[in-house]
Design a protein around this ligand. Sequence first.
Ligand code: PLP
Length: 463
Amino acid sequence: MKYISTRGKAPVLNFEEAMLTGLARDGGLYVPETIPSFSDDEIQSMADLSYEETAFKVIAPFVGDCFSDREIMEIINRAYAGFGHSERAPLVELENNHFLLELFHGPTLAFKDFAMQLIGQFFQFSLERRQSRVTIVGATSGDTGSAAIEAFRGLAAVDVFILYPDGRVSDVQRKQMTTPSEKNVHALAINGHFDDCQARLKDMFNDFEFRDGVNLAGVNSINWARVLAQVVYYFSSAVKLGAPNKKISFSVPTGNFGDIFAGFIAKKMGLSIDRLVVATNQNDILHRCLTSGVYKTDKVLPSISPSMDIQVSSNFERALFYAADCDSKKVSALMDELKNTGQFKVSESILEKLQECFVSGRVSEEETLSEIAYSYQKYSEILCPHSAVGVFVGRKQSDADVPMVTLATAHPAKFPKAVEKATSIYPKLPSRMADLFDLKERITIVENNLQSIESVVRERIQT
Ligand SMILES: *Cc1c(COP(=O)(O)O)cnc(C)c1O
């Protein structure tokens, strides 16, 4: 399986190379040259499989011959062994035909663990056999960083640096990043927003001297291997609800468009998905773009669902690529326009294609809080604010005959203040991480400029 850039000017890579690289050298994102698909019979047979076995079926065709089947199976088994639920991604019914897919049973209580634990194991296998080491940098609005640190802490071949916006992540998120004591873990508090962190990350990747000097690797949601890991739970949940004989819709709280894009790939692979619902908070660039065709960045408004406080939605470029019939010239032109003017407008035909696949909705802060309260009263279900955004839009976009699955992207204890405000209940951390608040933090504040960040990285890497 070969991987090509959405902008068409980067080297063609195999799965392992695309995973180790992250961002393509032309600024684009890697996508598979072709998307494998399953017959209905093959999908049907997944109903009898464990989560890990389904993961193998979905992931193996994209890996090609980079890893043997036995290695892939072992990597998958190790990745999910530390999850707190035997089903990994259990489904819970909220009300008639509206389900919650609980993606928060991993070690850092957010769905990011599904991808990060998997690529941690892939990296370990790969670097060991290459006898090389890498410097991983990631930008986070909170959950990616804690998931990455948890996945890579203590690995001999990796230094991991996470840029997070100072003062804009929850206490639990920050503690999960700043308390691991391993020497290869570095959480850097950047004086800015998530979009600043993401921009500096991209700058580092575009500084080729630095990039090659420290052997930079990216694990942000632009990394293809992360998208791939997320495709699995669309399959595992849809077959439980009757796919391929029934259509299923999904509502996905969305920021960087990684999780929902995985649903798009699942659909392309033959899964009977009806609607893919993009649910945004008040930072609604995706909702605006999907309704008007204009993608225009605005100021980030900090919200109670901070993991979606994003105005530059990186993975959306992949959706544009497919909506433009894989025309990398069109994608490059749009991304250049965005860089130069802060906005672009897609053509009628691209907008039509996007709207064929995605519907969207925006949820205000008050609506998010009232959804948390309502879900608690009505279903005795305590939602995190991101999941509440998903449930709210999912209910609006649901269709009586088609099951709607809302992705519950984080555990409520990760965002206790909003939950307490809505329900008067302060959600507790699961017992396996109850000592988090007693651990010592290491905090490093770094200025929001490329040079300062690069020099901290250079100083700290273990060569
Ligand atoms: C990252 C995150 C999201 C948004 O996911 P994207 O793949 O960036 O769209 C939603 N909810 C939570 C809890 C997250 O951590």
